[in-house]
Design a protein around this ligand. Structure first.
Ligand SMILES: Nc1ncnc2c1ncn2[C@@H]1O[C@H](COP(=O)(O)OP(=O)(O)OP(=O)(O)O)[C@@H](O)[C@H]1O
Ligand SMILES: [Mg+2]
Length: 153
């Protein structure tokens, strides 16, 4: 793991009842295609990814929990359909299994890609992946730390 990831240039406190504002703010401030969401079980990775998808204009499909490794959502921007990939790698054994499942095709597709449990495929992630670290700070509150190289100023 690159030492850079020990330094953060943006922190965002996300309250559950303001998660949609937080998602919009995140998208305004942070530039990237592949987003690695780190955090323990229940840290709020899926919940925040769903809010990001809503903020991007995905109209259906993110609310209902699915248990597949790769989920694809679609949003329309300026009349054009775009895919978003949501990878939940919790159940994969190793990188070979992820490659067989087509994870690299998503990561290098040019589409936005949100990754839960990115530690499982750390050597497959693109260099410019935005690393986001979630920690539980209260029943309804989470702290998001976003790694340095990702923040737009
Ligand atoms: N500020 C918050 N942001 C996100 N989730 C929150 C927040 N406050 C409370 N929660 C709750 O915490 C839980 C987070 O669950 P979620 O499935 O998003 O976690 P996860 O990190 O994806 O876990 P897993 O590793 O099991 O996939 C949800 O029940 C959600 O409602
Ligand atoms: Mg999850």
């Amino acid at each position: 793991m690159n030492n850079l990831h020990l330094f953060y240039s943006m922190e965002l406190v996300v309250q559950l009842d303001q998660i949609h504002e937080a998602a919009r703010m995140f998208l305004q401030k942070v530039e990237g295609k592949v987003f690695a969401l780190h955090g323990e079980m229940g840290a709020g990775k899926t919940t925040f990814i769903s809010a990001l998808c809503v903020a991007l204009g995905v109209s259906s499909g993110t609310g209902s929990p699915t248990f597949s490794l790769i989920n694809e959502y679609v949003f329309v921007d300026k009349g054009k359909s775009n895919s978003i990939f949501h990878l939940d790698l919790y159940r994969i054994k190793d990188e070979a299994e992820a490659i067989n499942a087509g994870v690299e095709d998503c990561l290098y597709s040019g589409s936005i890609c949100f990754v839960e449990w990115p530690e499982k495929i750390s050597s497959l992630l693109p260099d410019d992946t935005v690393h986001v670290y979630l920690t539980v700070t209260g029943e309804k509150s989470r702290l998001l730390k976003i790694a340095d190289s990702a923040t737009k100023f």
